[in-house]
Write a protein of this length. Structure first.
Length: 289
């Protein structure tokens, strides 16, 4: 064997089977998420039946007909169509609530971690008070005060996860605020707001955003729980949680009415968690260290 081949064999990276399986799961999870997004975005131009109009006999079994591919619900509406349009509600609520909570929580955490003092005390007291409430109880309280609607879901779910992002941003801000480049900026006469938002914030963003997919997955589950209890988007607009609630009375005779939306929630949440785990290992420096 030549010296070049020996050097090449030594330099070749070795990928463990566990890492290879994890990469395959991440790719499959990403493909599933992209498929769900594409189908929901273009549902209006795809040949799906109207989710609120019956297309056949109630609780008809799945068949080769496109509209009846996953069967019909208790009112004869296409389960496939309601599944696709229900994904719009579940994904929109999760993504919008997660995005708003990320922005608000990141700003609050940055202020608390960099400026400290009374601002840190007030922000941490509020976040600790919100975290003290059981999540479902807090959501039920908000839904009982406000009329169930899409915006009520957004308000409740956003309020639920703001403390999580605020504490993550604060912890990362405390880590970066003592770095050399921050001390150098202070010595150059930069103001505290300029340092916080131009020097510290760009380093905090990747670590906080690494948790975004996992939080969206939790929000989808929370939205499904509220819709199952009848506190989600009012009928006839479908969501995955309300589809499970509508089919629970036929679980023994027509289990597909429950298993189809439940499988959609499981696959989407699993895929988001896989992508979230990969993002944390890739971008969260504390996890990598």
């Amino acid at each position: 064997m030549s010296a070049e081949s020996v050097a090449g064999s030594v330099a070749a990276p070795v990928v463990s089977p566990v890492r290879r399986r994890r990469n395959v799961l991440v790719w499959l999870s990403t493909a599933w998420i992209l498929l769900v997004i594409v189908v929901t975005v273009f549902a209006g131009v795809l040949p799906f039946a109207d989710y609120g109009v019956p297309v056949g006999l109630p609780r008809a079994d799945p068949s080769g007909d496109f509209h009846q591919l996953l069967g019909l619900d208790g009112q004869g509406r296409s389960v496939l169509s309601r599944l696709v349009y229900g994904a719009r509600v579940s994904l929109l609520v999760g993504v919008i609530a997660g995005t708003v909570a990320t922005v608000i929580g990141m700003v609050l955490g940055l202020i608390a971690g960099y400026f400290r003092g009374i601002a840190d005390t007030i922000i941490m007291y509020v976040t600790d008070a919100l975290l003290a409430f059981p999540p479902l109880v807090l959501l039920l309280a908000i839904s009982s005060i406000l009329r169930p609607s899409f915006y009520t879901l957004l308000i409740g779910l956003t309020t639920l996860v703001i403390p999580t992002f605020a504490r993550l941003a604060r912890a990362n801000t405390l880590n970066w605020a003592s770095r050399e480049f921050v001390l150098a900026a202070r010595n150059m006469g930069w103001g505290p707001f300029r340092i916080a938002f131009r020097e510290v914030l760009p380093n905090v963003i990747p670590s906080v955003l690494a948790y975004f997919p996992t939080v969206v997955a939790a929000l989808i589950v929370a939205e499904g729980s509220l819709s199952f209890l009848g506190l989600g988007v009012p009928s006839p607009t479908p969501s995955w949680g309300s589809m499970i609630a509508d089919g629970k009375d036929y679980l023994r005779t027509d289990p597909f009415l429950v298993f189809v939306p439940a499988a959609a929630i499981f696959l989407t949440v699993f895929a988001l968690n896989q992508c979230g785990d990969y993002a944390r290992h890739r971008f969260d420096r504390a996890t990598r260290d």
